[in-house]
Every structure is written in C-alpha cells, then in structure tokens.
Design a binder for this molecule. Structure first.
Ligand code: PLP
Length: 360
C-alpha cells in the first residue's frame, strides 16, 4: 500500500518516486555485493563508479567542458558562503554581492569575514520583492567575482536570466533552481547548490568550479578541507556517499526526461497553473513583483492570516502538505521543484479555485 502526499516542501523536498524505488530495491544488496552501497569503502570500485557517473552526468546535463570540475562537498550551501569567500577574498580583494533575499544576506555576512564586499544591489528595504535590472546594479572595479542567488527560496523570487556581472565571473548560489533550466556557463566561475532542493537528499552540496577561476585563489593559506584545490586533486576524505548515490539516480532521471530544456518547459507549465489562479482576482496576492516571480517557490497571500491558516490546514487534509510560507515571511509557499509532479500542481490549482469560491 502506498500513500504518497502532494508534497510542496521547500527542502528537503520531494524526490522522483522511481529513484526512491530503485534505492529501496538495491539498498540491502547493492548489485549482488551482499552489502549496501553505504556499507562499502568510498574507495571501492562500486562507489568510485557512482561518483564518476554522477560527475559525468552533471557535466552532460549542464554542458560543462573540461575546464569544469564537479565536487560533492559537505556542510550545505551555507558552508559555501564561507568557503567561496575564504578561497578568493582577502583584505585587498573585493567581490560584488547582489542581495535579493535572506540567503544572499547570509552569504554577504560570511564574505565580510574574509574580504571586501561591494553590495551591487540590496532588495532588503523593499522586503525582497524585486529582482534588479541591469541599470540598478553597481560594481566595484577589479572585483574577483560577482555573487548572486539565482532563486530566492524564502521570498519566492528568481532571476529570469543571469545578471550583469561588471566583468567579473559570476558565482551563484543555485540551491533552489539548479538543473531546472539551461545555464549560460560561460558567465560563471563557480556554482553551488545544496542537493536537498532539486537534486537529491540532504547531505551533499554540488559545487561546479572552473579550473581557470581557481587560478585566482587568494595567495594566503587556506585550511586543507576548505581549499577547493584539495577536492579538485582527489577524493580527499569520506564523501557523503548516500547522498551522492541518490543524486546519481536523480541525474539519470533528469537525463531520461530530456534534460534542462525539458525541465524549463515543465516548470513554466506548472508555475503558470498556480500563477493563473493568483491572477484571477484579488483573493490571492503574489508575494513578489510579477517580473520577479519564481518558477520553483511560489509565494502568495490571502486576504487575512486566518484564511491563510485555513487554506494550509484544509489543503493538508486533502493531501497537499508543506504549504506554509517560511516563518520569516508568513503566507503560503508552494515549492514545485523538478520532482514535483504535474498532478500535484493541478490538485493545488483546483484546490485554490474551490477555496476561493467558498471563502472569497
Ligand atoms: C536552502 C538554501 C540554502 C541553505 O542550504 P543548506 O544546505 O541548509 O546550508 C542556501 N541558499 C539557498 C538559495 C537555499 O535555498
């Protein structure tokens, strides 16, 4: 008996059922080895192959060439806030940071511990409802990189495409929209994403870094484990084997479905269903500016907080769960990452229409 809910969790988020079943089937005895993959050495031929495949699949999906290295690190996207700055900044160096949400602000706080931050734009005063246009951005001369958050998980906003960078390579926190649409890799030096939103379970952070960008590392010593070069050279210590193993199957699924162009279309189709409900009249109100809307995390308000609570609890009783907005902003948030099925989004859109006609 199976009872899977319509899961709108912001992260850890729903995963493809086919991947869960595959893992379930081979958990106890991985390919006839008499042990699961998480009970073997990370130097075993089995795990070595899993890691190799996962790296190769990410390169294939994103179109990365041999200048790019793919790493699976620990410590979450939050550790990358510090690690990026630690590797590339010092007292003499500056990086541009575009502040479009609470995660961007956290990245800025860490970067300031290591070097100079030029804030290219801050949406904080405006309640993070806006994504800046090119003419709203300013840049420092000779910045080492320009950091941005491609999708703002909490506010529910997203860059429609890469921002200007002032001539510096982009560094992107892509935690909540990685592999949801094509990436113009030419513009980037480094991309990182916590796996638990769109590519797998919690425990691994995907880091894509260009070797030519690594040449710009700061000259001062960096602790071994925090130095990207350590991980580029070899598998330095025990990686998050279970997370990478599951990510590898999610990547296989991404390729089978048709890759990034498929998911771009799929996300547009799904998010349109919800935004169409929001735009029907004044009952639902989008939480961010229309031009800033995310195709991954859809945030909206109802006329009163009482109705929002009623909406969330009635939806839950109909099997649509994890719709509560982030505690810092309130309202409703539907996270519809790659693995969120069309049927779930349709169910939510229907529920929104019914709820409006009963309570509007
Ligand atoms: C979830 C999230 C993070 C934090 O990720 P952790 O893996 O919990 O550290 C950082 N940035 C963005 C955009 C996120 O969505």
């Amino acid at each position: 008996m199976m009872n899977r809910v319509h899961n709108f969790s912001a992260g850890p988020a729903t995963l493809p059922l086919s991947v869960l079943e595959k893992v379930q089937n081979e958990l106890i005895d991985y390919k006839g080895k008499g042990a699961s993959i998480i009970e073997m050495s990370h130097r075993s031929p089995e795990y070595t192959e899993v890691n190799r495949q996962a790296v190769e699949r990410i390169k294939k999906i994103t179109g990365a060439d041999d200048d790019w290295v793919v790493l699976f690190l620990q410590g979450g996207a939050s550790s990358q806030f510090m690690m990026v700055a630690h590797n590339f900044l010092n007292n003499q160096r500056t990086a541009n940071y575009i502040d479009t949400g609470t995660w961007s602000a956290k990245a800025i706080k860490e970067a300031k511990l290591f070097g100079n931050v030029h804030t290219s734009f801050s949406g904080k005063e405006g309640g993070y409802k806006h994504i800046p246009l090119s003419d709203e951005l300013s840049f420092a001369d000779d910045a080492v990189y320009t950091h941005f958050t491609s999708n703002n998980t909490v506010a529910g906003s997203q860059f429609a495409s890469e921002p200007e960078s002032g001539g510096a390579p982009l560094v992107c926190d892509a935690s909540s929209d990685f592999l949801s649409r094509p990436i113009d890799l030419e513009k980037y030096g480094l991309i990182y994403a916590g796996a638990q939103k769109n590519v797998g379970p919690a425990g691994a952070t995907v880091v894509m870094v260009r070797k030519s960008f690594l040449e710009k590392q700061r000259p001062e010593a960096i602790p071994t484990i925090l130095n990207y070069q350590t991980h580029v050279e070899k598998l330095f210590n025990t990686p998050p084997v279970f997370a990478v193993y599951m990510i590898n199957y999610v990547l296989e699924w991404v390729l089978e479905k048709g890759g990034l162009s498929y998911f771009e279309e799929f996300s547009t189709k799904k998010s349109d269903l919800i935004y169409n409900q929001i735009d029907k009249d004044d009952f639902y109100r989008g939480a961010v500016e229309n031009d800033a809307r995310s195709k991954m995390n859809i945030t909206f308000r109802l006329p009163t907080e009482e109705l929002e609570q009623k909406f969330i609890s009635e939806a839950a009783s109909e099997g649509m769960v994890n719709l509560k907005g982030h505690r810092s902003v309130g309202g409703v948030r539907a996270s519809i990452y790659n693995a969120c099925e069309l049927a779930s989004v349709k169910a939510l859109a229907d529920f929104m229409a019914n709820f409006r006609s009963k309570n509007g």
